[in-house]
Design a protein around this ligand. Structure first.
Ligand code: KG4
Ligand code: ZN
Length: 321
């Protein structure tokens, strides 16, 4: 069994996954509410809370899996990208655990974890597939062939899709995180009421910062504009951008399977829109879409871990890809 730890942003996560991809436990301690009053994640607060929570979360993951440290063959951990202070807590903790048992350690790329999330559980996606990952921290399209690696086909050039939801929600006076709030409000609005720009940077890339600015100007020009109509039109623009590029990626790569991940995969309109693409779609349960350690263990299954003591000097990487 693999024990994985993930602390790249504001969720303290630990999971136990078997070599066959069966999830024995997947514990997520969300700090969301702690950061809500600041309207976003405060890196220093995130690091401090990871430090307080990581041991308990790891113990909980073992207990829920009915496993002991003796049952582990590998420790896996997110090495990056993410908030550097937050990453360091998970990495140090994983190193200490692995070293105490002389176990090998697998450093995992967080984005690789998102790409393989759909290969876990009872109905795994079979490579090759296109994967759309849209969260608060990243938005990209990847091609999954060999499960040990992935190829980025396109990515956001500025804001992530979740960030666009969060910033838009803030402009609309809605609470953080904004995605669920816009999703709810949009149900009561007309998505064709306002015409927001769909910027089309290079091939399979995304850009959301112009959209946010456009919402800002619209609110300045029409302070009394219907909030539900604005939310519905704004959401439509984000979802269309995501789905258009996804369709283009499937066509260009000649692939017929799609996996979706990241917190934005919870969006009602996005979920419905990807089902209309005409290819089989895997959207894992929400606890595998948002940041979690099961996906990190999932990726570690396919990686060659570092032996003790080679990993003791390993550093986290905020921008590591
Ligand atoms: O994957 P995630 O939990 O954390 C990051 O790695 O960022 O994603 C969180 C993001 C937030 O920006 C949140 O607003 C967005 O996912 N989100 C949604 C919905 N639920 C969460 N966006 C749109 N519609 C939703 N229903
Ligand atoms: Zn993530």
């Amino acid at each position: 069994m693999i024990l994985a730890i993930e602390t790249s942003c504001d969720d303290t996560c630990a999971a136990i996954v078997t070599r066959a991809g069966e999830i024995r436990s997947n514990v997520i301690a969300s700090q969301g509410l702690l950061h809500a009053r600041y309207g976003g994640v405060v890196p220093e607060i995130a690091s401090r809370h990871h430090l307080e929570l990581v041991d308990a979360v790891t113990a909980d993951a073992l207990e829920r899996a009915g496993a002991r440290l003796d049952d582990l063959d590998t420790v896996a951990v997110t090495r990056g990208p993410g908030l550097i202070g937050a990453l360091l807590v998970g990495l140090s903790s994983a190193k200490a655990l692995a070293a105490s048992r002389r176990l090998p350690l697998a450093p995992v790329d967080h984005l690789h974890g998102h790409v393989v999330a759909s290969t876990l559980g009872p109905d795994p996606v079979e490579p090759p597939y296109v994967c759309l990952v849209a969260s608060g921290g990243h938005t990209f399209l990847a091609r999954g062939d060999d499960p040990a690696a992935y190829t980025v086909l396109g990515q956001t050039l500025d804001d992530a899709a979740g960030e666009a939801f969060d910033k838009g929600a803030r402009l609309l006076g809605l609470d953080y995180p904004g995605g669920p709030a816009i999703d709810r409000l949009a149900r009561e609005g007309d998505p064709d009421a306002f015409d927001f720009p769909r910027s089309a940077p290079g091939d399979l890339d995304f850009s959301f910062s112009g959209l946010k600015t456009s919402l800002l100007y619209r609110l300045r020009e029409q302070p009394d504009a219907d909030r539900a109509d604005l939310a519905a039109s704004y959401q439509r623009a984000i979802v269309e951008a995501l789905v258009d590029r996804t369709r283009a990626a499937l066509d260009r790569e000649g692939l017929e399977r799609l996996a979706v991940g990241g917190g934005v995969a919870a969006n009602t309109e996005l979920r419905a829109a990807v089902e209309d693409l005409g290819v089989p779609v895997w959207v894992p349960p929400v606890e595998l879409c948002t940041d979690n350690a099961a996906m990190i263990a999932g990726a570690a299954r396919f990686l060659e871990p570092l032996s003790y003591p080679d990993y003791l000097g390993l550093d986290a990487g905020a921008r590591l890809a």
